[in-house]
Design a protein around this ligand. Structure first.
Ligand SMILES: NC(=O)c1ccc[n+]([C@@H]2O[C@H](COP(=O)([O-])OP(=O)(O)OC[C@H]3O[C@@H](n4cnc5c(N)ncnc54)[C@H](OP(=O)(O)O)[C@@H]3O)[C@@H](O)[C@H]2O)c1
Length: 373
């Protein structure tokens, strides 16, 4: 394999979608997939199971064999340092991370140290020419300077207090460490906004975050104003945009929001209408109540009544976390991305019906597990 693309995170939501999109673009033979497993064969099985979930056909799955697998954990990369296939890697797409809002004890070890270790593994290799670090737009912190949107700026806040959760802090730290420790690394920061569902498969591959919209409508209440906009993108469009950035010969910038931006962000009101249509219920509309995060606990009785089978305390905790982000109602400017000729994201309202259909029989408590693994 010459001119290889090393992709991490192919057993996850976004990394899996990137792998499927790469196969569809005829790039299977260039892929090397770094994945965890007791053996390369087991890591391969885990990857294939996920590609299937993300819509890969039998023919597409057949194009990925054990020969495409680099079996490794980000915390133990020394074991693969002698793998000669890494000398042919020209582009790395580093999508693997602990993407959790919980206070996971390994966040720094995997998201920061693991990222630095991956850069160390690759940066001196002869063919290596681009490291796409998949960050998160939310790593701009809760006090991001803005007029009406968040700019695509390289610097991110590094103090913990600027971040709503340790996860976004770890993503900001990883970017900082990469820049500090590898000043010559051909580094591109790629920051998706909020990834929800798939334009064709809805939420069948992952119900991550979708349940928040559902719960907000069932409660008739959340932390965002009804006419505020929210920056959400589908995983397949996000994957395509990332591959475009990976494959373009030259990039004009070194930081990109992969976001809906002004063009495709939608108001909470429009989401309410589109979701209500899909559910066959009336939109909440004028009855909607906006709460601040601290007051969400007043909704506990309503949670017990409207969200059957849910652990109300757990749901409250989750709504506080997601409500904190929603109340910021950030729109992430994506001029850098659009200037590369990458088309605008489809708006959530175009495919939220498919998201609902794909998981209408899955209880909210089950859907939430995607975000509290
Ligand atoms: N989803 C979003 O809304 C969103 C938004 C903005 C940015 N992002 C970023 O996008 C990237 C992918 O997120 P996602 O939603 O696809 O997350 P995900 O579904 O949870 O997938 C995470 C991936 O990382 C891998 N991973 C975790 N720990 C690892 C380790 N120690 N060694 C090797 N691989 C490891 C997982 O492998 P295992 O299967 O072995 O655990 C999995 O493949 C992340 O960097 C995240 O910060 C996501």
């Amino acid at each position: 394999m010459k001119n290889s693309i090393l992709l991490t995170g192919a057993t996850g939501f976004l990394g899996g979608a990137i792998a499927v999109e790469a196969i569809r673009r005829g790039l299977a033979d260039r892929l090397l997939l770094l994945a965890r497993g007791d053996t390369p064969a087991q890591a391969h099985t885990r990857v294939i199971d996920n590609l299937k979930l993300l819509g890969a056909s039998d023919n597409e799955m057949r194009q990925i064999g054990v020969r495409h697998i680099v079996c490794a954990d980000l915390s133990e990369l020394d074991g693969v340092a002698g793998d000669a296939r890494l000398d042919d890697v020209s582009v790395a797409i580093h999508s693997a991370a602990l993407a959790t809002f919980s206070n996971h004890p390994s966040l720094e070890k995997i998201n920061v140290d693991g990222t630095v270790a991956l850069a160390r593994l690759l940066h001196d290799r002869p063919a290596f020419s681009r490291f796409l670090y998949i960050g998160t737009a939310m790593a701009c912190g809760e006090d991001a300077v803005r007029d009406d949107a968040i700019d695509e700026l390289l610097d991110l806040p590094l103090d913990e207090a600027s971040h709503l959760v340790p996860y976004t802090h770890s993503k900001a730290l990883a970017e900082h460490r990469l820049r500090e420790e590898f000043p010559d690394l051909p580094l591109v920061m790629v920051r998706p906004s909020i990834v929800v569902g798939h334009t064709v498969l809805g939420c069948a591959p992952s119900q991550s975050i979708f349940w928040v919209f559902l719960v907000a409508q069932m409660l008739g209440a959340f932390t965002i104003a009804l006419d505020d906009h929210i920056d959400v993108i589908p995983v397949d469009w996000c994957a395509g945009a990332i591959l475009d950035l990976a494959c373009k010969e030259r990039l004009a910038s070194n930081v990109y929001h992969v976001s809906a931006g002004f063009e495709s962000s939608v108001s909470f009101r429009d989401i309410d209408i589109a979701l209500a249509t899909a559910r066959g219920v009336a939109p909440v509309g004028a009855a909607y109540e906006q709460f601040d995060v601290a007051s969400l606990k007043a909704l506990l009785p309503r949670m017990r009544e409207c969200i059957p089978g849910c652990n109300d305390r757990l749901l409250l905790r989750a709504l506080k976390l997601y409500g904190g982000f929603a109340s910021l109602s950030y729109i992430f400017r994506n001029e850098h991305l659009r200037a590369e000729g990458i088309p605008a994201s489809p708006p959530l309202t175009d495919y939220i019906g498919r998201c609902f259909e794909s998981c209408r029989h899955i209880p909210v408590a089950e859907q939430m597990k995607w975000d509290f693994k």
